[in-house]
Design a protein around this ligand. Structure first.
Ligand code: HEC
Ligand code: HEC
Length: 196
């Protein structure tokens, strides 16, 4: 009885290890064409490699429910991505992929320094909190906010825009922060984020 249970446990561990080593078929069929099979697809499509799994799943949910506008990019997926287990499998697969390095960009050192300052210290005078508290010191993200490191610059620029359309609560939180920033702040932050 005891041995049987041990064999069973071992078998389950092996089965789940095998499941994670191969890309889920759904990722191959539904996501790879745009996001790449390793999540490092070309711009303008955002990278998913190393992104927080909960964030991926949450955004998919919002896009499916029409609470986040995706310009129809995922409409072919909704028929197939039916249940939580499928969404979780795809999200965890992409979260486990290694983000490819971005080509080094040259930026004005003063601009970079001011971006780094905003990222690490915020600007209390206008009520901007330091970005790292939610997005992590290296932009790796966490339970509170998505990964920013290695993300395509054009996509980050698009996501740093203030929008007045109603958004899910987590997006509103980020929107309130964006409203405290000047155009110059955003430029500096984008330059700094490109180095993460
Ligand atoms: C036809 C191209 C296309 C396909 C196929 C596609 N995506 Fe996307 N995806 C996009 C685009 C474009 C965006 C950016 C949408 C926007 O904000 O305007 C995006 C955004 C996302 C985001 C939000 C990323 C972020 O950093 O906020 C997630 C998560 C995502 N896709 C997951 C997936 C998954 C998982 C699949 C497969 C089930 C998939 N996508 C299939 C084009 C695609
Ligand atoms: C209180 C926590 C918090 C702080 C501080 C914060 N953010 Fe965010 N940020 C979030 C959350 C939550 C999201 C995801 C919103 C959503 O679900 O659409 C986000 C999303 C983003 C995105 C979009 C990422 C993507 O993949 O679509 C960018 C870019 C961003 N933040 C930059 C910044 C910068 C720059 C700062 C500092 C000025 C900052 N954030 C400070 C919580 C935070």
């Amino acid at each position: 009885m005891h041995t049987a249970r041990m064999i069973m446990t071992g078998w389950l561990a092996l089965a789940s290890a095998l499941a994670w080593s191969a890309p889920p078929q759904l990722a191959q069929q539904l996501c790879a064409a745009c996001h790449g099979i390793d999540g490092n697809g070309p711009p303008p499509t955002p990278r998913l490699a190393g992104q927080q799994a909960d964030y991926i799943a949450q955004q998919l949910d919002w896009m499916r429910l029409g609470q986040r506008d995706d310009g129809g990019a995922h409409k072919a997926a909704w028929d197939r991505l039916k249940n939580d287990a499928d969404i979780q499998a795809v999200a965890r697969y992409y979260a486990a992929q290694k983000p490819a390095p971005q080509p080094a960009k040259s930026a004005d050192p003063a601009l970079l320094a001011s971006g780094r300052k905003l990222y690490t210290e915020g600007n209390l005078a206008v009520g901007a909190p330091p970005c790292f508290t939610c997005h992590g010191e290296q932009g790796e993200g966490g339970s509170a906010a998505p990964r920013l490191a290695g993300q395509h610059a054009a996509y980050l620029a698009q996501r740093m825009k203030v929008s007045d359309t109603p958004q899910p609560p987590a997006r509103m939180e980020m929107q309130e922060i964006l409203k405290t920033l000047s155009q110059d702040d955003v430029k500096a932050l984008l330059a700094y984020m490109a180095t993460l």
